[in-house]
Ligand binder design. Structure first.
Ligand code: UGA
Length: 552
């Protein structure tokens, strides 16, 4: 099974679309009719999007909503970053052409199949292809020549020593230098170590074929989270522009103007975005912009590892990590997010970025032991979960274990560096029989572990198992019929690697329940709780109230 098309298949459409050959990019043309062609099963997605927004599309409102600051932009790389950035910039009214060296991927995108699962992306992509603001080509040279601004969105995977592999960036730089016939802005969007922009400038200069062509470079790091990437792009907290010339700053401001002024159709809030302050626009040097990205991801990683250490301490002293982090998070200097303890961080960003940052520090002679420690703490999380499983099951060999959640986090089908993979590997090595369920990530996991049983729903995953593990914080898992699950299991035992469930409620339902940093053995009904927002009370949440007195 090829997992890459799972999201597209789930979304239930494969639209036919004429291939657009881009030699000179067409000027905006707003369709005079939104009647669909080529999709017999449901209305065209652009129409659907408008229907979701609560109105029929009409060309006049579309034009006025989008505004007229249209720039020609090319995305090199159609992974998560390139696809989300390209589609959102097209939605913002620019003329976007995306290319990738994966021919299959481009063919699929041309056919309307989005190869990743990312909420709202497929509808937006279809709508913008239809309005011809967005198109795809295999011909990277064409994409270079057609654009005023070229966004580099290629992968920077980790090398064996942990450093970022910048060979794809280097390839793009040489391609741009040799193919550009007119002046271009080259925007570094991929996550790269500080000083990469300077190298990029050097390579562009060295390989430039046409002397009169000016190739300016900027760093514009992305802060998109998988699963909420469209929302993050359209409603960012901040936009960082690392620039060296005024002209570059002006051009980038123009590119982001529709986002700053909120002139786009928002698929997340269906046209009724809540009032919010404009994102901060930060103009920095290129080195700072690059460092901001790595420093942010590494800080988030450290925050998670810190919460995980506190969770371990909670287990020892009989405290509750949820109570501790909730109170900590009320301090605005700390903030409530990224303090969820459990299995630790996975995915393709935090683990690789922390490593690349450590290597950068080493190369620069800066002792960043703190970061190494955060990484070490994270690596230990899976071992701790396995220790809990061993303690609860005694012998793993011959036991049946059900797994809920395979993706590295909720709302994505991404399993790269997902803790679930290490857990499965260890369980299989120790002779357990594994069955698993995840609403999006099973296709991808089955390519790695074809030998485990993939289930239609969480209940099938619980059938006749000795233990049920929760490894991803999918919202669906909070809402399960736990009585039914208990009846299905050989032994009603849950090991909650994401602290998703309420220990008291689970124990009341008769489960043996294990999680991270919560006092399970001595769990009794909590003491009185007074006017606390979302305070834990015997399985229920007390509604928010203005006072914040918490009795723990
Ligand atoms: C991360 C950053 O959050 C984004 O700002 C950044 O743009 C992105 O990397 C990137 O570099 O492209 P992402 O990898 O999508 O985004 O995922 P996160 O939401 O950061 O979660 C990372 C991991 O940490 C997940 O495995 C999640 O389960 C775990 N996590 C998160 C915790 O264990 N505890 C928490 O409190 C929060």
């Amino acid at each position: 099974m090829d997992g890459r098309w799972a999201g597209a298949r789930k979304s239930g459409w494969v639209a036919r679309r004429e291939e657009v050959t881009i030699t000179a990019l067409p000027q905006p043309s707003v369709p005079d009719s939104l009647r669909g062609e080529g999709c017999s099963r449901r209305p065209p997605l652009d129409k659907l999007l408008f229907m979701e927004l609560g109105r029929e599309a009409d060309t006049v409102s579309l034009e006025s909503k989008i505004g007229r600051c249209k720039l020609r932009i090319s995305m090199i790389g159609c992974g998560y970053v390139g696809l989300v950035t390209g589609t959102c910039l097209a939605e913002a009214g620019h003329q976007v052409l995306c290319t990738d060296n994966d021919a299959e991927r481009i063919a699929a995108l041309k056919a309307g199949v989005v190869p990743i699962y990312e909420p709202h992306l497929d509808a937006m992509l279809a709508a913008n292809c239809r309005s011809q603001n967005l198109s795809f080509t295999r011909n990277a040279a064409e994409a270079v020549r057609a654009a005023d601004a070229i966004f580099i969105c290629v992968g920077t995977p980790p090398l064996e020593n942990g450093e970022a592999d910048l060979s794809a960036i280097d390839n793009v730089a040489r391609l741009v230098a040799s193919e550009a016939l007119t002046s271009k802005l080259v925007v570094e969007k991929s996550t790269v170590p500080a000083q990469t922009g300077q190298q990029l400038k050097r390579v562009l200069g060295l390989y430039r074929r046409h002397g009169a062509v000016q190739l300016r470079v900027a760093s514009n790091p992305e802060f998109l989270r998988e699963g909420t990437a469209v929302q993050d792009f359209l409603h960012p907290d901040r936009i960082v522009l690392g620039v060296e010339e005024e002209e570059t700053e002006k051009q980038l401001r123009e590119i982001y103007r529709p986002i700053l002024e909120r002139r786009f159709r928002c698929p997340v809030h269906l046209g009724a975005c809540p009032p919010a302050k404009s994102p901060d626009l930060l103009i920095t040097t290129m080195n700072s912009a690059e460092l901001i990205k790595h420093a942010s991801n590494s800080f988030l990683a450290m925050k998670i590892s810190y919460a995980n250490m506190i969770a371990d301490l909670c287990e020892k002293v009989g405290a509750d990590i949820k109570e501790v982090t909730r109170a900590m998070g009320l301090d605005p200097r700390i903030g409530p997010r990224f303090l969820d303890a459990g299995l630790g961080f996975g995915g393709f960003c935090l683990p690789k970025d922390i490593q690349a940052f450590i290597r950068l520090a080493e190369r620069c002679g800066v002792d960043f032991t703190m970061l190494k420690e955060a990484e070490r703490v994270n690596k230990r999380r899976v071992d701790l979960l396995l220790e809990k499983i061993r303690k609860a099951l005694w012998v793993i060999k011959g036991k049946r274990v059900g797994i809920l959640g395979l993706a590295f986090k909720a709302n994505t089908d991404d399993i790269r560096f997902a803790p679930s993979l290490e857990v499965i590997r260890a369980l299989l090595a120790e002779g357990a029989q594994v069955r698993a369920y995840d609403q999006e990530a099973m296709d991808k996991t089955s390519a790695i572990f074809p030998q485990i049983h993939y289930c239609r729903d969480p209940y099938e995953a619980a059938q006749d198992v000795d233990a049920l593990l929760i490894l991803t914080e999918w919202e669906e898992f909070r809402q399960l019929d736990w009585e039914r699950i208990s009846d299905l299991m050989l032994r009603p035992m849950i090991i909650d690697g994401r602290n998703l469930l309420d220990p008291a409620a689970m124990m009341e339902r008769g489960f043996e329940y294990h999680c991270f940093g919560r006092p399970i053995e001595n769990q009794t009904a909590p003491k009185a709780i007074i006017h606390a927002p979302e305070v834990f009370l015997a399985g229920a949440h007390v509604p928010s109230a203005p006072s914040t007195e918490i009795v723990t």
